[in-house]
Write a new protein. Structure first.
Length: 250
């Protein structure tokens, strides 16, 4: 009877702990957005959840010079891409054939243009968009961006030189979908505005965000006298055509 009571109590405790997620913590993962998948794995599950991560959001404020007001008149110049940074720890020391490089090689491959992006018409070579999934944090839900930095620090090696442990610093620059996409109807169709390119921007992505039409990249290129849409460096200030003008081009 005593053993039965103990077993019942243990079972009840395990049920409660399981319901609270205490027995098996949710594993964080980095994953690629389905619309531009790489040739290899589409996600990497973290061996150990990060102990911290950092979200950085900045905006641009320009000031026009004025003879009557010190510092000029500040003007909002746009919100920059959000940056997510974290350090991941990989450890395969306990495995008979331990090797942490497969997961790290997958992350490194996500910094290169995918085959599907090269085969688009027109070709728009770009790496996959990467997101970070862990729990129910609403700030991370819908956040997608490009891996702009991967720094690998190998720590422990096998007798044959195979890396068994590594710390990997990861930076993802992007934006949350609910904030990044703009409804063209929220702007006057007869107004023109400018947009500064940041790392990861393409004419097609700018056309999607600003005008809601990926094909409007041609109108943007024509308006700004761009002959090669693949060679527009970050920092370039583009004049965005009106939605009416962009629609004339199809």
């Amino acid at each position: 009877m005593v053993m039965s009571a103990v077993s019942a109590a243990a079972g009840a405790a395990a049920t409660v702990a399981g319901a609270l997620g205490l027995l098996k913590p949710t594993k964080a993962k980095l994953k690629c957005k389905p619309d531009n998948l790489p040739a290899g794995p589409a996600f990497v599950e973290c061996m150990f959840n990060p102990t911290e991560y950092r979200l950085t959001q900045t905006l641009t404020v320009n000031a026009n010079q004025s003879t009557t007001k010190d510092g000029g008149s500040p003007q909002f110049g746009g919100t920059n891409a959000m940056t997510l940074t974290m350090q991941l720890f990989f450890d395969d020391f306990g495995s008979p054939m331990g090797d942490v490089t497969p997961k790290i090689n997958t992350l490194l491959s996500w910094t290169k243009p995918t085959k599907s992006s090269k085969e688009q018409q027109p070709p728009l070579p770009r790496p996959p968009l990467v997101g970070f999934e862990w729990g129910t944090n609403s700030q991370l839900r819908g956040f997608w961006g490009y891996l702009t930095n991967i720094t690998v620090n190998y720590l422990i090696f096998s007798m044959t030189g195979t890396p068994l442990q590594a710390k990997v610093d990861v930076t993802i620059q992007g934006q949350q979908e609910q904030f990044g996409a703009q409804n063209p109807t929220s702007h006057s169709i007869n107004s023109r505005r400018t947009r500064s390119l940041v790392d990861g921007d393409t004419l097609q992505s700018v056309a999607t965000k600003e005008l809601g039409k990926p094909t409007a990249w041609r109108a943007i290129a024509e308006l700004n006298g761009i002959d090669d849409p693949q060679r527009v460096p970050p920092g370039t200030v583009l004049l965005i055509p009106t939605l009416a003008d962009a629609s004339k081009g199809g």
